[in-house]
Write a protein that binds this ligand. Structure first.
Ligand SMILES: [Zn+2]
Length: 147
């Protein structure tokens, strides 16, 4: 089954726990990436995606209104701190192209010790325990429920 790892918003779907679970066959609501035919969760109703499709752009950064207020709100979302990286990602896509960026993302979001693909929430590798540079879920320390 094909996976599509680039999101219109600049996120790397390869670091999404839902996509990682789908690859492992453990995800009850599988997703194969933003631009694939098999999508779940928030990304079914994402308004950045519908906007990009309407405008016929491959990434938000190719849009005449980039960066718009909608994307700025997405980037600065307190709930999803990994969104802060999307402008840098799209800069790399503009300067070096999509495949170079995808390779950088594969490295950015994998364990430096064993190579296992990690999610943006992983502080340590689930395979070997090595320290990773994932994000802490906001509120987790206070035991608030996380969507
Ligand atoms: Zn590892």
């Amino acid at each position: 089954m094909e996976f599509s790892l680039d999101g219109y918003c600049g996120l790397y779907c390869g670091a999404c726990p839902t996509l990682l679970g789908s690859r492992a066959g453990t995800e009850p609501k599988p997703c194969h990436g933003c631009k694939s035919e098999i999508i779940s969760g928030w990304c079914l109703i994402c308004d950045l995606k519908s906007c990009a499709r309407e405008k016929g752009v491959e990434f938000c950064s190719a849009c005449g209104s980039y960066p718009c207020e909608k994307l700025e709100a997405f980037k600065t979302s307190a709930e999803y701190p990994y969104h802060t990286e999307v402008y840098d990602y799209m800069k790399t896509i503009q300067q070096e192209g999509k495949s170079a960026w995808l390779e950088k993302m594969r490295v950015r979001w994998s364990c430096p010790a064993c190579g296992r693909q990690a999610s943006w929430w992983d502080a340590s590798c689930k395979e070997c325990g090595a320290a990773l540079t994932g994000y802490e879920k906001p509120g987790e320390a206070k035991n608030r429920p996380v969507p």
